[in-house]
Ligand binder design. Structure first.
Ligand code: KIV
Ligand code: ZN
Length: 515
């Protein structure tokens, strides 16, 4: 079924969320899904509904909110998983169930403890069951990149016969090399007798930094769906990055025999949204979406670009959404202007009260920072949502003293379950002192694994967006905070991480062995 359309399947909300610390709330998932829909992503994998009631609700909410992209739910090749996915996707305008089982010798023997024929039988049964809910069914032989070719061909032929309309070939552990993976796709399409009845898809992990190269090699060899994530988020070293795949196919039209339907100007805003929500900062030199991706440092380069952009640029910054920051609102903007701007960003409110709360935050921000950009509004809503997370700890007040020649000191008041607690602590700097003061009260037993600050827009009055990653007994969470004062943003991020780390961790992992 080779065509000149390349289907983009985004799994930021599923595989992306499997990155340690990247878990997202239902509202955050809906906001990202709306941004992916605006970008015209073909398929949005919204989650793994059987994982927990929260995951089910998030997939259901995305299925209800998205109209122009297909919404997909992941299910192991088990009746209960497939039924739960079918239920979560019930209200979607277009739904897909993605079911999978491992086919590599090592996974079948060590993880599943199943014989190959049992695996094949279970795969077929799963696809048939998924077909009861939708005629859009995808099957993945997990760890296909290390599976035996003959067995893979048998499994794919059988699942296509059973009704799978997409067969996805994952390089689950990121082991393949581009030429090998391309040859694999070519061989499968050639050898599976009914390969013309399904779209061949690929899903590559980045353990050796080859996920994008492997995906593109597969496209050159007949794959017509690529599974990818914004900013390359994903399990371990991540998945193929959507922006790199899409912009390579577009920029090298001379080489690729297919096109996507994506609105690439939505790439940078979506990248920033995902980074802000997950707290996974984008490295400055990251292709397409890194802050330096279109910046020219050397005089020779700058001179060349000024004379003719093509001397050193193969893409236009504005084509991927690096438009100059647009001022959208200001101090005098009213409630309706705020509401309609937020709606344009896919953010709506369940109640007048929630809008009023956002409006009051907006007014506070506009007092400190006169020009408000889309990115500020996204951060403002993220902040409001953070506060709504089952909060046990709340920041009441913070005073920091930082003076040349003196040891910085922080005085903090936290509200813990309705009771106020105060502490004071010195530190190496104001942020360090503030975190120490929090720990004097909370004694959380957590370890700080990451602290990062990014400016949301430019200028010294920009909001700083802070990520704090805490770890306790293997449980990792990312907390976020944003404010024009970066010490306050840092404390908010720390408090948010504390509120998250006390939540029970009760989700199933899709690729666990006990099928
Ligand atoms: O990496 C993988 O194999 C997966 C499957 C569930 C498709 O994520
Ligand atoms: Zn994966």
């Amino acid at each position: 079924m080779s065509s000149d359309r390349l289907i983009i399947f985004d799994t930021t909300l599923r595989d992306g969320e499997q990155s340690p610390g990247a878990s997202m709330t239902k509202d955050e998932k809906v906001r990202i899904a709306k941004s992916l829909e605006r970008m015209k992503v073909d398929v949005i994998e919204a989650g793994f509904p059987i994982a927990s009631p929260g995951d089910f609700d998030a997939v259901q909410a995305v299925a209800r909110a998205v109209k122009d992209s297909t919404v997909c739910g992941l299910a192991r090749a088990l009746d209960r998983d497939i039924d739960r996915a079918g239920e979560a996707l019930q209200d979607a305008v277009a739904a897909r169930i993605h079911t999978f089982i491992a086919t590599s010798p090592i996974h079948m023997k060590m993880k599943l403890r199943m014989q190959p024929d049992q695996v094949l039988e279970q795969a077929v049964k799963a696809v048939r069951r998924a077909c009861k809910y939708t005629d859009n069914v995808e099957f993945s032989p997990e760890d296909a990149g290390r599976s035996e070719l003959d067995f893979l061909c048998r499994v794919l032929e059988a699942v296509i016969d059973a009704g799978a309309t997409t067969v996805n070939i994952p390089d689950t552990v990121g082991y393949n090399l581009p030429h090998q993976f391309g040859d694999l796709i070519e061989a499968l399409i050639e050898r599976v007798p009914n390969s013309d009845k399904a779209v061949f898809s690929v899903h590559c992990h980045n353990d050796l930094g080859l996920a994008v190269a492997n995906s593109l090699s597969a496209v050159l060899n007949g794959a017509r769906q690529v599974e990818c994530t914004i900013n390359g988020l994903g399990e371990r070293a991540g998945n193929a990055s959507l922006e790199e795949v899409v912009m390579t196919v577009r920029t090298r039209r001379d080489v690729f025999p297919c096109e996507t339907r994506l609105d690439t100007t939505q790439i940078v805003p979506t990248s920033r949204l995902v980074s802000g929500i997950t707290g996974f900062a984008v490295q400055p030199n990251k292709a397409i979406v890194g802050a330096n991706a279109f910046a020219h440092e050397s005089g020779i380069h700058q001179d060349g670009v000024l004379k003719s952009r093509e001397t050193y640029e193969i893409m236009r910054a504005q084509d991927v959404g690096w438009a100059a920051n647009r001022i959208v609102l200001g101090k005098h903007s009213g409630r309706n202007a705020l509401r309609s701007h937020l709606e344009a960003l896919g953010i709506s409110f369940d109640s007048e009260e929630a809008l009023n709360e956002a409006f009051s935050r907006f007014k506070d921000l506009a007092d400190k920072k006169h020009e408000i950009y889309d990115e500020d509004l996204q951060a403002l809503v993220t902040e409001a949502n953070l506060d709504a997370v089952n909060e046990q700890f709340k920041l009441v007040s913070l005073k920091v003293c930082s003076e040349t020649g003196e040891t910085p000191n922080a005085d903090i008041t936290l509200n813990i379950n309705g009771e106020e607690h105060q502490a004071s602590a010195p530190g190496g700097g104001p942020v360090d002192a503030a975190f120490k003061a929090i720990e004097t009260i909370v004694a959380s037993g957590t370890e700080l694994q990451l602290y990062s600050v990014n400016n949301i827009t430019s200028g010294t009055d920009a909001q700083g967006e802070v990520t704090v990653r805490l770890e306790k007994a293997g449980h990792i969470v990312n907390g976020q905070g944003a404010d024009t004062d970066i010490v306050i943003a840092s404390v908010r991020a720390y408090v948010n991480a504390l509120n998250k780390i006390i939540q029970p961790k009760d989700r199933e992992h899709p690729q666990r062995g006990d099928v």
